[in-house]
Write a protein that binds this ligand. Structure first.
Ligand code: BGP
Length: 472
């Protein structure tokens, strides 16, 4: 009993939050480079930034991030030391196609990822590659309007073909888009959408979502054609939505919020637009324009597995209630839960509930590709970090996951924590919101030596992996 023998333990990062080296190796400018730290970030990531350029007064944390670009050997060596079986990372699109519409890829970008994959191989770590983790070339936004334009499908597929072909010997696990449902909540960061005044934003978002869904299906087909071993997953921000009370109106509210969230994975896994989505989109006048072949494309190319991030459950009410923070969504504050320093609910049983609900819905293997606690860590003079709070959070979530596997029969391929090493926060752009097993000496004002330190949780996770989740 317990976790299957080949269970994929590891950690997950995203290019823009860890790589830095933003002007090196011929890399072009991406939407994620234009998301500043500080108070303007929220407007920018939602598509309401003042311009499509950098403001002199702001700090852009992805420029250097934690400089994984120059530290990847050291970092992967430490992942190997923890015993990782898998490392989830993403490709910076503009390292491969700096503008996005070039005919030929940029060799320096491909060579960088090849080195990264070689390094993983040294330690027996399998890469799990997110093709687009909040990443879109600025040139494509300026020229074509980002994912609102159907032409993006071709540019994206060119990227996919390049990656599937070049990295055939290194990678079999692929995710098409990170947290695809974030297009509704952070459309500039999620899909390069930038809105004009008075525009029907919801309509634009669902049109862009449709393009991504078709692109995801075509990428799945291409991955299978290029290598029969390839396994492709969808990825969405999950977390069950509880009704605030047993008042049917609250239950209804929770169900509709949940459907809005499931819509993407429903299409990617079942291969068609669910009837609830059709009806509601039609009623609101936001049903996307489609090409005649789209239905067939979606139907014939569902994903092989379902991956998702889980940080917390959510709560919904028909009445207005006090709100809680969460992974780019706000929801009603659940009085039964504890909260993190950033106000996110902590709900390990919610992970078991979420796993059961998703598995019931799709009956496909699941992969938890993000879960973790963002907290303030203290580096002591002797170079140690006692992050027992993080160990507690992860221990309870892994326990819940184990129960889902052992007692409920959920088929789970693996678990990658967010994040194995401190990096830039996607939501706030902060460095002080740390998630790692490895501390990076990089501070909020961009200062620091970038030196790496093993936290207490590093040794704890090492033992979790060594015992395949038996010793928590
Ligand atoms: C998810 C993203 C990640 C990551 C994580 C934690 O939305 O896929 O990129 O950052 O959330 O969120 P935050 O960085 O805002 O704490």
């Amino acid at each position: 009993m317990g976790f299957p023998e080949n269970f994929l333990w590891g950690g997950a990062v995203a290019a823009n939050q860890c790589e830095g080296g933003s002007c090196e190796g011929g890399r072009g400018l991406a939407n994620v480079d234009l998301c500043p730290a500080g108070k303007d970030r929220h407007d920018v990531i939602c598509g309401h930034g003042k311009s499509l350029g950098k403001e002199a007064v702001s700090i852009y944390p992805s420029e250097e991030a934690i400089d994984f670009y120059h530290h990847f050997q050291e970092d992967i060596r430490m992942f190997g030391e923890m015993g990782f079986k898998v490392f989830r990372l993403s490709i910076a699109w503009t390292r491969i196609f700096p503008k996005g519409d070039e005919e030929e890829p940029n060799e320096a970008g491909l060579a960088f990822y090849e080195e990264v994959f070689k390094e993983c191989k040294k330690y027996g770590i399998k890469p799990l590659v997110t093709i687009s983790h909040f990443d879109c070339p600025v040139y494509l936004i300026e020229q074509y309007g980002g994912w609102r334009n159907r032409k993006m499908i071709d540019f994206y597929l060119k990227l996919c073909r390049t990656l599937f072909t070049r990295f055939r010997d290194y990678v079999v696990y692929w995710l098409t888009f990170n947290e695809i449902n974030m297009i509704l909540h952070a459309p500039f960061m999620g899909a390069g959408l930038y809105f004009g005044q008075g525009e029907n934003e919801e309509k634009v978002k669902y049109q862009a979502a449709h393009h991504e869904l078709v692109a995801s299906a075509l990428a799945t087909r291409l991955a299978h054609e290029i290598n029969g071993e390839n396994q492709v997953g969808c990825m969405f921000a999950a977390g069950s939505v509880y009704p605030f009370s047993c008042n049917p109106k609250d239950v209804w509210e929770a169900m509709t919020v949940e459907q809005e969230n499931y819509f993407f994975a429903d299409v990617q896994s079942r291969g068609y637009y669910p009837s609830y989505a059709r009806k509601r989109m039609e009623k609101r006048g936001v049903y996307p324009e489609m090409e005649p072949e789209d239905e067939k494309t979606l139907r014939e190319n569902p994903v092989d597995f379902i991956s998702f991030s889980y940080y917390n459950s959510r709560c919904a009410s028909s009445l207005s209630q006090e709100k809680a923070e969460g992974n780019l969504f706000q929801s009603v504050k659940n009085p039964h839960l504890q909260y993190s320093q950033w106000g996110w609910p902590i709900d390990p049983l919610g992970l078991r509930i979420t796993l059961n609900q998703i598995y019931d819905r799709y009956q496909k293997p699941l992969f938890i590709v993000e879960n973790g606690l963002g907290a303030l860590d203290v580096l002591r003079e002797d170079g140690t970090i006692e992050d027992d709070y993080r160990i507690d959070y992860l221990r309870e979530h892994i326990r819940a996951m184990k129960e889902a596997v052992e007692e409920d029969g959920v088929e789970l391929m693996g678990y990658t924590t967010w994040a194995p090493i401190d990096l830039i926060s996607a939501g706030t752009g902060e460095m002080k919101k740390r998630y790692g097993f490895i501390y990076v000496d990089k501070q909020e004002d961009n200062s620091g030596t970038l030196k790496r330190f093993r936290k207490k949780s590093f040794y704890w996770y090492q033992q979790v992996i060594a015992t395949n989740g038996e010793k928590l």
